[in-house]
Structures are given as structure tokens and as C-alpha cells.
Design a binder for this molecule. Structure first.
Ligand code: TRP
Length: 363
């Protein structure tokens, strides 16, 4: 039976927030602990982060350790999951180089994620850095190198996965079955697909100042929840409230279980009961926020504690990453040997080639 391999990662451009947690981290930890996978790789895409931060290398450098701490704090366990850093695996460049021959410029231009990112960053026309424009190719190499079957990621990564499958298919067609076509594993709860910021805006982002970080203290979290966006039409407690776009309820959908709702409120058996009361009128925002604070607290406190433990020995965290890079590199070398053999560029190992050439020239 073929192996089930997970690979996923993040650009280390900032500390991870609770959007990352419900969107991907929590799932990764579950997958890690499910015992259903033969290998799990989680990596920091620092080289990818540099594709549009080339003038700000310090940002990436500082965040490599932050993200590693967030990973470990969230429950990724280095004895089960290989944690590594993209730039330390030079074989990824090599595979990307060959993959570049399998993608056209127009195909890259059609990648919707790259399209929006180019707009967001204000690159126009041909001012786009080549490395940035071609990062989907490098990302395909990240995935194919480790023969990942499963890539847990948000829906924004769907075009990347599609591009990767195309490249792998093309490679296998030309050179014979060598690489593996991956599948994306999307978050299973709609509220988790893209958690809005505390201001109700579509996305949590550092520049908008609307994030709750995994490393925030309990006080910081409570302060942020207090000022959270709810329903602007819900002025009096007795007014009927609206759930649509109400960030407090979106977060409750993403974080709370009915058991927590029942235990913490004492008034409702399920979140749905509480929602019904809110929409009928007679339930104030303060009460809903109180519940959310407690729920977030229960999720974040164990994460905070694990983070504090790892923060006591930062050199040991770098050591975890170094060891992870070693394991990943071994894997990458194996795949590259197969790739070179398939492409018939393994000249010095190819006895048949050398003998054939010898015969040809002796005639
Ligand atoms: N593009 C991803 C992000 O922006 C990071 C990433 C790089 C990635 N290579 C990957 C994710 C391979 C999954 C698989 O977060």
C-alpha cells in the first residue's frame, strides 16, 4: 500500500494568530496524533517569504523562531512531526529548476492566488520579481519533493495544489511514474476557512491590527474581545440581534463546543440555543463576549504554557529545527536521486550509458 504523507507550511512573516490555529494548526495536531499518516512534514517557507520581502530579511529571520514556538506551543510534537526550514534544503532549488520547464508563463499568469497577491502588493506589469511570480513552481517542488499525498491548507492554496498536480502529471508522463499527485485537505468548518479579524473585516492581518495572537496574554485577549465587532443594529439588549457578520458568533462557531457553552453559561445546552435567544432579542453582547473570553482562555492557556516552557530554552528549539532539516534533507536527497535517474541526468551512476558511449567511440 502506498504511504500517506502530509506536508504543509507557512511563510514566517509574523507570529501565528488564532485564525491560523482554527484554519490549520489545530487540524495538523489532530492529524499528527491520529496515527493515520506514515510521515508528517511541517515547514517554514522562509525562501518563499523572501520572494516579496527581499528588502526586509530581518523580518523573516526574526519570525522563524516565533513560528517555531507557535508550532510547538500549538502541540506539534517533533518526535512525530518533522519541523524544518525551506531554505536549508538546497534540493528544493534543484527540483524547482526542472519544474520551471514544465510551466508556461501564461499558466502562471492564470493562477488566481498569484493574481490577487500581485494586485495586493501593487506590482504592475513587468515589475513583478521573477521569484515571486514563479513561487507556485517552487511550492510545487516543496510538495512533490516529499511525495506528499495530503496537503492541509486553506482554500487560497487550491490553485497552488492544482498547479502542483499538473506539474507532477507532466513530469510522470515524460519521465515515467516518479512523483506523487497531492490532494488538498481543506478545513472542515466554514467558520474556520477564513476567520475574520476582531474588527469584522474579512481577514486577520497584522497590518490591520485586528489579530489575536497565540502568544497574547490572557489580558490582551480579553481586551481584544471587549472591543470586538458585533452587530451595529443591536443597540438595546431587548433588540433582536443578527448573527450574519457578527464576529463574536463567528469565533464561537470556530472555537466553542456545546459542552463548553452549557458548562460556562449554565443557561443554554447548545450554541444554537444561545444564537436563537440572541436573534429573538433579550441577550446582550457582553454576555456573549464573556463566553467567548472563557472559551478562548480554555483553548489558549495550554498553548501559552507550552510556549513559556520552550521559550526557556531557545537554543534547544533551534536544535529541533536543525534536526528536522537533517531528516527532511535525507528525504529530499532520496527523491532527487530518483528524479535524476528518471530524467537520465545521473550520468556517473549510469553504467549502461558509459559502456554504450565507450562502444560507440571504439568503432
Ligand atoms: N504558500 C503557503 C502560505 O503562504 C506556504 C507554503 C509554501 C506551503 N510551500 C507550501 C503550504 C507547501 C503548503 C504546502 O502560507
Amino acid at each position: 500500500m502506498s504511504k500517506k504523507i502530509i506536508l504543509t507550511g507557512d511563510r514566517p512573516t509574523g507570529k501565528l494568530h488564532i485564525g491560523h490555529y482554527v484554519g490549520s494548526l489545530r487540524r495538523r495536531v489532530e492529524l499528527q496524533n491520529s496515527g493515520l499518516y506514515d510521515k508528517i512534514f511541517v515547514f517554514e517557507a522562509d525562501a518563499q517569504a523572501l520572494t516579496d520581502n527581499i528588502d526586509n530579511p530581518e523580518k523573516v529571520r526574526q519570525n522563524v523562531i516565533e513560528v517555531a514556538l507557535d508550532y510547538l506551543a500549538a502541540g506539534l510534537d517533533p518526535s512525530k512531526t518533522t519541523l524544518f526550514i525551506q531554505s536549508q534544503i538546497p534540493e528544493l532549488c534543484e527540483l524547482s529548476f526542472y519544474f520551471m520547464d514544465m510551466v508556461s508563463v501564461s499558466r502562471l499568469q492564470r493562477n488566481p492566488t498569484v493574481k490577487t497577491e500581485i494586485q495586493m502588493r501593487g506590482f504592475n506589469g513587468e515589475s513583478i520579481p521573477v521569484g515571486f511570480f514563479t513561487y507556485p513552481i517552487s511550492q510545487a517542488a516543496d510538495i512533490a519533493m516529499f511525495k506528499a499525498t495530503t496537503v492541509p491548507a486553506g482554500d487560497d492554496q487550491e490553485p497552488m495544489l492544482e498547479q502542483c498536480r499538473e506539474i507532477v502529471r507532466r513530469f510522470n508522463n515524460i519521465y515515467g511514474e516518479t512523483l506523487v499527485e497531492p490532494n488538498i485537505l481543506l478545513p472542515d468548518n466554514a467558520a474556520c476557512l477564513r476567520l475574520p479579524g476582531t474588527d469584522g473585516k474579512a481577514k486577520m492581518s497584522k497590518s490591520l491590527g485586528n489579530c489575536i495572537y497565540l502568544s497574547d496574554s490572557a489580558d490582551e485577549v480579553n481586551k481584544k474581545v471587549k472591543t470586538m465587532y458585533t452587530d451595529p443594529l443591536h443597540l438595546q439588549v431587548s433588540d433582536p440581534g443578527h448573527l450574519e457578520g457578527n464576529t463574536v458568533f463567528t469565533y464561537l462557531d470556530a472555537f466553542s463546543t456545546d459542552e463548553q457553552v452549557a458548562r460556562i453559561t449554565g443557561d443554554y445546552a447548545t450554541l444554537q440555543e444561545m444564537k436563537d435567544h440572541y436573534t429573538r432579542g433579550g441577550l446582550g453582547d457582553v454576555k456573549c463576549k464573556k463566553l467567548l473570553m472563557e472559551v478562548l482562555q480554555e483553548t489558549l492557556e495550554p498553548i501559552r504554557q507550552r510556549r513559556a516552557e520552550y521559550e526557556k530554552d531557545i537554543p534547544a528549539v533551534y536544535e529541533i529545527l536543525r534536526k528536522g532539516c537533517e531528516v527532511a534533507r535525507e528525504e529530499a536527497c532520496k527523491t532527487m536521486d530518483e528524479v535524476r535517474r528518471a530524467m537520465k541526468i545521473n550520468y556517473f551512476d549510469d553504467r549502461a550509458l558509459i559502456e554504450e558511449q565507450a562502444r560507440r567511440f571504439q568503432k
